[in-house]
Every structure is written in structure tokens, then in C-alpha cells.
Design a protein around this ligand. Structure first.
Ligand SMILES: Cc1cc2nc3c(=O)[nH]c(=O)nc-3n(C[C@H](O)[C@H](O)[C@H](O)COP(=O)(O)O)c2cc1C
Ligand SMILES: C=C(O[C@@H]1CC(C(=O)O)=C[C@@H](OP(=O)(O)O)[C@H]1O)C(=O)O
Length: 382
């Protein structure tokens, strides 16, 4: 399964093309739209989110609610396009003021130099994390594929601006409660703490980052492989999570905490009984050993840097005059970690779906289900 996205932040729409989905996968568009709505939420989001009401439109590859095996095209209209019209026109004379004051921390300066543009807008439109809406739509389809095999993706924010938001989640008990319960988002009772930190930054003309945790439950063991570097599941998932704009670090399980642990306490001991088969009582590995899912919950955390657009802007340079100026101050988010967590869910789902489809490559869901069942009957029953 491959996918591409296209679209500028203030252009007419975002598009995603997904290739390699098996035929016969039932798609619930409402579930995709629920994730799109979740990505727009979170305290600290800017004015743009009041304008948009993201929904996915299917342009190809799905008929009467089922995939056809042909490329699936999804489109998400930018409502804000109507307000930008001429300034984002594909043809005609340039309209509107050029953006010349590069923002430190954004793609502005390097992108403008590399692509030989005079207006930073030519770069920021595509660098904008608006693009992540398209990824969430793709992730919505990946989640539905994983769901057929009992796998669920959840996320929560653990840290905003250095303030620890939540303790670790008891995923084992969540897994037991899984049947019938909606685990699309774990929302610990931390809103006040989060809001206070974000409000304080906003009032100071500043921004915040943070950390989110994303997890995959009931994962089929043996996804990924130890035999080649680019087939390791952690290689792939780390790259997918790192591809989210502003994500600057990813860890699995005990992650950077491993540095302080002795081997005797770092690893998850293995047990066996006839009823359960193999089991572990801890999950410091975060569900991946030797580049393969080991059947435990996959737990990854990603750190997001503070949003680069500051209302109290940093020092910069006008790219035309080369004079010292303050960076540009566009309408912007103050903190978007909650949104990034939803994007993280999508990227985790995409990585697992891609690995599953590569491993059990089949053109239709019936054949795929048979192949997966024959494998899990052998591996899980042992
Ligand atoms: C959901 C989400 C929303 C974001 N919103 C903004 C924003 O409003 N303003 C901004 O300057 N950056 C925002 N960013 C971060 C920038 O897109 C990102 O820092 C920029 O593209 C440069 O990429 P880099 O940080 O990976 O180097 C957001 C990121 C995400 C994931
Ligand atoms: C539009 C979205 O995020 C945007 C990401 C973003 C950036 O620079 O990354 C800048 C802001 O856009 P605007 O300039 O239109 O206010 C955010 O709102 C979105 O997430 O849908």
C-alpha cells in the first residue's frame, strides 16, 4: 500500500491517492470523518480551525462502501480557499502581499532558497501541517483494514510544554475491555492543566510543544522482520512518526529511559502456560523485538517542538532586502500536540497496514483473511 498527498494549505483542496488496497474492504466514511474532526480539536488551535469542517470525499476506488482494489482517491476541501481565491490562483498575475520575513523553525528560508522562489508563501503553503488532514483520511482507511484483524489504534497527550499531563496507561486492562468499547482516543482528566499552560504561552505571544503517546492494541505478532534493516517494524514506524511536521524525536517502549536501566530490569521476561501460550508480564520493549511486533501493545511516543510562528516574533531577515526584521506573524496555532496525536494514530495505522499487506500480499479481503488466519492459527496457538 502506497500513498501520496497533494494540496496547498489555502488551495482548493487536499487530495490523497492510496494504491495497493485489497478489494472488498468495507469503508465507513463516518469513521474517517470522526478522525478528521478529532484532528481539528484541542485547546490552542488557531482561527483556521473555526473556518474548516474537514470531511473526506471519495473520488475513486470505492463503490457501495467497498474498495475495488483500484486506487482510492480522497479529497478534503479547504473552506478557507474561498477567502484566498486570487492570492492562490493557479494562473494569472500574482495578487496579494509577498511573505518575505522567514520564520525560524519553519521551512520558509531553506525552502525559498532551494526552490528558487521570491515569495515565502510558495513554500509555506505546502509545508503547512494542513497536509496532515489528508494523512488522517488515509489513516482512517488503514485503521479500518487493521480493524478487520482486531487491531485498534489509540493515542493520548502525555506532556505539554514540559508539564507532565498523564501517567502511563494500563494498556493490558484496556485490551481486556476492548470488546465493544470505543478506544479511539484516551482522554485523561487533565484539561485544566493543559489549558493553563497553553493560555499562559498564548498571552506571552509564545507557543508550546509537547509529547504524545500512540499505541496499537491486539497486534498480530511477527509484523516486520529482523532480516533486513528496512523491513524492521520500528524502522518504518519511527520514520512515519518522524514525518509529521514538528516531530523531533520518537521512542518505543522504555525508549530513552533504557539508558538508565540495567539489562536485568530492561527486558521483558517470557513465560508459558498451555492455556495462554507465551506471555510477558511487562512491556518495556513497547511491543517490538528484533524489528518484529511481538504480540504486546505497540507503544510509541513522539515529541513535538513548539509551533514556529510566534506572535512575539523572533529575529530574522527579509529575503529580498536582506535587512534584519522580525519574522512574519501569520494566524497560527499556539499548541497542536492534541492534533499531532491524531496524526500519529494515522501514521502508526498506515505503517502497520503497509507491513501487513506486504507480508500477506493479496488482492482481495477474503484471500487476505484466509492468509492471515492460517498464519495466526500457527503462531498464536503455539
Ligand atoms: C497539527 C499541526 C499543526 C501545526 N500548526 C502550525 C501552525 O499553526 N503554525 C506553525 O507555524 N506551525 C505549525 N505546525 C508546525 C509546522 O508545520 C512545522 O514546524 C513546519 O512545517 C516545519 O517543519 P519541522 O518543524 O518538522 O522542521 C503544526 C504542526 C502540526 C503537526
Ligand atoms: C490548517 C491547518 O493547520 C495549519 C498549520 C500551519 C502550519 O504552518 O503548519 C498554519 C496554520 O494555518 P493558517 O495559516 O491557515 O492559519 C494552521 O492552522 C490544519 O491543521 O488543518
Amino acid at each position: 500500500m502506497r500513498f501520496f498527498t497533494a494540496g496547498e494549505s489555502h488551495g482548493p483542496c487536499l487530495t490523497a491517492i492510496i494504491e495497493g488496497l485489497p478489494a472488498g474492504l468495507s469503508i465507513d466514511i463516518d469513521k474517517i470523518n470522526q478522525d478528521l474532526a478529532r484532528r481539528q480539536q484541542g485547546y490552542g488551535r488557531g482561527g483556521r480551525m473555526k473556518i474548516e469542517q474537514d470531511t473526506a470525499e471519495v473520488l475513486s476506488g470505492i463503490r457501495f462502501g467497498e474498495t475495488l482494489g483500484s486506487p482510492v482517491t480522497l479529497a478534503i476541501r479547504n473552506k478557507d480557499w474561498a477567502n484566498w481565491g486570487g492570492r492562490m490562483a493557479a494562473f494569472g498575475e500574482p495578487e496579494g502581499k509577498q511573505v518575505l520575513e522567514a520564520r525560524p523553525g519553519h521551512a520558509d528560508l531553506t525552502g525559498t532558497l532551494k526552490y528558487d522562489r521570491e515569495d515565502i508563501r510558495d513554500i509555506l503553503e505546502r509545508a503547512s501541517a494542513r497536509e496532515t488532514a489528508a494523512r488522517v483520511a488515509v489513516g482512517g482507511i488503514a485503521k479500518q483494514l487493521l480493524g478487520v484483524f482486531g487491531m485498534t489504534i489509540v493515542s493520548h497527550v502525555t506532556n505539554i510544554g514540559g508539564v507532565q499531563i498523564s501517567e502511563s496507561v494500563d494498556y493490558a486492562s484496556l485490551e481486556q475491555r476492548k470488546a465493544g468499547s470505543d478506544l479511539s482516543c484516551i482522554q485523561p482528566d487533565v484539561e485544566d492543566k493543559m489549558k493553563a499552560a497553553i493560555q499562559q504561552a498564548k498571552e506571552a505571544g509564545d507557543t508550546l510543544g509537547g509529547i504524545f503517546e500512540v499505541a496499537a492494541l491486539q497486534v498480530i505478532p511477527g509484523l516486520g522482520s529482523h532480516v533486513q534493516w528496512d523491513r524492521r517494524l520500528d524502522t518504518r514506524l519511527a520514520a512515519l512518526l518522524m514525518s509529521i511536521p514538528a516531530i523531533k524525536g520518537v521512542e518505543f517502549g522504555a525508549g530513552f529511559g533504557y539508558a538508565a536501566l540495567l539489562g536485568s530490569v530492561a527486558h521483558d521476561e517470557i513465560f508459558y502456560n498451555e492455556q495462554q501460550g507465551y506471555s510477558r508480564q511487562t512491556n518495556r520493549a513497547g511491543g517490538i523485538e528484533g524489528g518484529m511486533s511481538n504480540g504486546e501493545v505497540i507503544v510509541a511516543r513522539a515529541v513535538m517542538k513548539p509551533i514556529p510562528t510566534l506572535m512575539k516574533p523572533l529575529a530574522s531577515v527579509d529575503i529580498k532586502t536582506k535587512q534584519a526584521v522580525k519574522a512574519s506573524t501569520e494566524r497560527s496555532d499556539v499548541c497542536a500536540v492534541t492534533a499531532a496525536a491524531v496524526v500519529g494514530e494515522a501514521m502508526l495505522a498506515i505503517g502497520l497496514a503497509q507491513t501487513l499487506l506486504e507480508q500477506f500480499s493479496r488482492d482481495n479481503m477474503a484471500d487476505l483473511a484466509t492468509a492471515v488466519k492460517s498464519y495466526t492459527d500457527r503462531v498464536v496457538a503455539k
